[in-house]
Design a protein around this ligand. Structure first.
Ligand SMILES: Cc1cc2nc3c(=O)[nH]c(=O)nc-3n(C[C@H](O)[C@H](O)[C@H](O)COP(=O)(O)OP(=O)(O)OC[C@H]3O[C@@H](n4cnc5c(N)ncnc54)[C@H](O)[C@@H]3O)c2cc1C
Length: 324
């Protein structure tokens, strides 16, 4: 769990002007890897995470090839520059103070999906919704559970994303990763140690490059109807009208986080602009111009109050980037 240092709080309105201290020659080397149209300096991270909070990243790179990713990682290692891999930012909270390093976003420039019989060959930046659409068009079943999860394939492998009784583990055949030593490695499902919202990827510092998914021939009408049904459930039950990172907390064994939070009397509980959703207590939302500090303070309050009432520890599902 991140530690929130309240005395570090700064007015986020001034944060975008913060000068970040990466050396100019490191910045130039990084820029050359992707070209200046795919490279941003002091980029506000609130534009890239679904919570819509957070200060700037010193460098923001959008690679389009494995070779570019390899080179960026190599430069960051050589220059001792921190490097963070970003997908669609739908499970992430970035500090108001930003990130003094390179954010490498694997997303729109690496989002190819190819159908090969009952298998899909997918690049890490493809959105799950786009993969599900491709599966539907090819009359393949198995991706329906993931159609409404707003992440990339890479982020979904890291988290073993799941919903409505399905999880990535059910459909993954293999994943190609880049190791911290710069080697490409193909890992089969058994080697990925996929568990509840976890995999070996983070622990080993791997970068997901692409994956092969195993689906099955199905009835396109039934596939479409299941996707529509799950979409309807999300729209009805989740506060999709507000920025968030989905379920803020993992499901504690034997409980549901949302129910515990509701039973603790925290429905609608607010810190600054952050709120425990009134529609679904498992979601912390950005109700009105929240800062990352508001969100983290709210998370800590919820954890403390739920623990005091029920002696159950709520661990966060959402990941943190920067200083809290
Ligand atoms: C409205 C809403 C509903 C949601 N519903 C669900 C749900 O039903 N089920 C569910 O499981 N999740 C859900 N989520 C959470 C989120 O969408 C998933 O966890 C998703 O898999 C995150 O993917 P991302 O690309 O956005 O990852 P990011 O948020 O960008 O990153 C998450 C983590 O993965 C790492 N990462 C990302 N890409 C790579 C890569 N290529 N290689 C290595 N590491 C990488 C990052 O470093 C970070 O640690 C929901 C979120 C929202 C906002």
């Amino acid at each position: 769990m991140c530690k929130c240092q309240r005395d570090r709080y700064k007015d986020p309105a001034t944060e975008n002007e913060k000068v970040i201290n990466l050396r100019e020659e490191v910045i130039k080397r990084l820029e050359q890897t992707v070209g200046n149209d795919q490279f941003l300096r002091n980029e506000p991270m609130k534009k890239h995470i679904t919570f819509r909070v957070g200060g700037p990243a010193a460098c923001f790179l959008m690679p389009s090839t494995k070779e570019q990713i390899e080179e960026i990682v190599h430069i960051c290692q050589e220059e001792k520059t921190p490097c963070f891999i970003l997908g669609n930012g739908s499970n992430l909270l970035v500090s108001d103070q930003g990130y003094d390093g390179a954010v490498l976003q694997i997303y729109k420039n690496m989002n190819q999906v190819a159908v090969n019989g009952e298998q899909l060959q997918v690049q890490a930046g493809a959105l799950l919704s786009a993969i599900a659409r491709k599966a539907l068009d090819a009359g393949l079943t198995g991706m329906e559970f993931a159609a409404g999860i707003p992440g990339t394939l890479g982020g979904a492998v890291v988290m073993n994303a799941g919903a409505y009784g399905g999880e990535m583990k059910d459909i993954l055949e293999s994943v190609t990763v880049l190791t911290p030593k710069g080697e490409q490695k193909k890992l089969y499902k058994e080697e990925l140690q996929l568990g509840y919202r976890t995999s070996v990827v983070k622990e080993k510092g791997y970068i997901v490059l692409e994956a092969v998914l195993n689906l099955k021939k199905g009835d396109p009408e039934a596939i479409k109807s299941r996707m529509d049904e799950l979409k309807e459930q999300r729209v009805t039950k989740q506060p999709l009208e507000y920025p968030s990172a989905g379920s803020t907390f993992k499901r504690p064994e034997g409980y549901f986080a949302g129910k515990l939070i509701q039973d603790a009397g925290l429905r609608g509980y607010q810190v600054g602009g952050a709120q425990v959703s009134e529609k679904h207590c498992g979601f912390v939302i950005n109700k009105e111009n929240a800062t990352a500090t508001d969100v983290v303070n709210l998370i800590h309050d919820v954890q403390r109050i739920v623990y005091e009432k029920f002696q159950v520890q709520l661990d966060t599902e959402v990941k943190f980037l920067g200083e809290f």
